[in-house]
Design a protein around this ligand. Structure first.
Ligand SMILES: NC(=O)c1ccc[n+]([C@@H]2O[C@H](COP(=O)([O-])OP(=O)(O)OC[C@H]3O[C@@H](n4cnc5c(N)ncnc54)[C@H](OP(=O)(O)O)[C@@H]3O)[C@@H](O)[C@H]2O)c1
Length: 253
């Protein structure tokens, strides 16, 4: 059943909406008449989104700034409740184990994981008070297993998947839905320079279409594209011996 009706527009907050998937999702939702508050560091990109649609309001922030995250949530809530929060801001780093860069690892943890936490600590009490709300966490199929050169990024996404599993049964009692998004490869500024093949890669707009539909259905998990998703689901349950055999093969390609 769809929870979206033409006469019942919703109020969204999307972080990481200045480019890529978040940007495409903001455009899509505003295009169908929903109100969308957009956040990221790049103020200009957010202002351009707002200038293009009367449904969009720009709220620049750095998600690693806890106080600022709370201030932005207050500012959006002053205009009306955040019904759906899409916590999508994320940073992708390739890193070799033999070139471990702890500062970059900390940055990935602070943006991808703590950035979500700062939003949650403010949003959960608000949504609990209202007895409704929808929290949407952007993880990745890269969080299913540890992957070569993904040591700074993969664990933050694994943590978000685990976090969703932890939150969902607790929060549904208060009418709060929790959804995790696990995309495969999406063509965005983040993946543009990847030095490896990206099977089944889709556009940011296609990703946004999957996400909008999944949010509408209040799905527990939004995962796409289907073929790569199935492969990653299988990889997730593969025993260690065949898993490492496969990883060695992938690395020697
Ligand atoms: N592309 C893929 O293949 C893929 C696959 C699975 C999951 N994902 C996830 O999807 C999400 C969006 O990624 P994308 O591919 O669309 O990449 P992207 O175009 O680089 O978008 C990342 C967004 O996050 C924002 N951001 C980064 N650091 C931030 C910070 N400290 N504070 C606030 N905003 C910040 C960026 O805006 P500013 O730089 O303006 O702050 C940008 O709007 C990420 O969480 C990513 O991990 C992507």
């Amino acid at each position: 059943m769809s929870h979206h009706h033409d006469d019942n527009k919703r109020r969204f907050w999307i972080t990481g909406a200045s480019s890529g998937i978040g940007h495409a999702l903001a455009e899509r939702l505003a295009g169908q008449g929903d109100h969308v508050a957009v956040s990221a560091r790049s103020e200009e990109a957010l202002n351009a989104l707002a200038a293009a649609s009367g449904k969009v309001t720009a709220h620049p922030l750095d998600v690693t700034n806890r106080e600022k995250v709370h201030q932005v949530i207050d500012a959006i809530e002053a205009e009306g409740p955040i019904e759906v929060a899409v916590l999508n801001a994320g940073a992708w780093f390739l890193m070799d184990a033999v070139e471990l860069d702890v500062d970059k690892v900390r940055q990935a943890v602070e943006v991808n994981y703590m950035g979500v936490m700062y939003a949650l600590e403010k949003l959960i009490p608000l949504m609990k008070e209202r007895g409704e709300g929808h929290l949407v966490l952007m993880a990745s199929v890269a969080g299913f297993r540890g992957l070569p050169r993904s040591l700074a990024y993969g664990p933050t996404k694994a943590a978000l998947i685990n976090l969703t599993e932890s939150l969902k049964p607790e929060l549904e009692k208060f009418g709060i839905h929790v959804t995790v998004i696990n995309p495969g490869f999406v063509d965005t500024p983040a993946t543009q320079d990847n030095p490896f093949p990206m099977p089944d890669i889709i556009t940011a707009d296609e990703a946004a279409k999957h996400i909008a539909k999944g949010i509408d259905k209040q799905k527990v998990e939004i995962i796409f594209p289907w073929r790569f998703a199935v492969a990653m689901k299988l990889l997730r349950i593969l025993p260690y011996r065949p898993f490492y055999w496969l990883m060695r093969r992938i690395m020697s390609q």
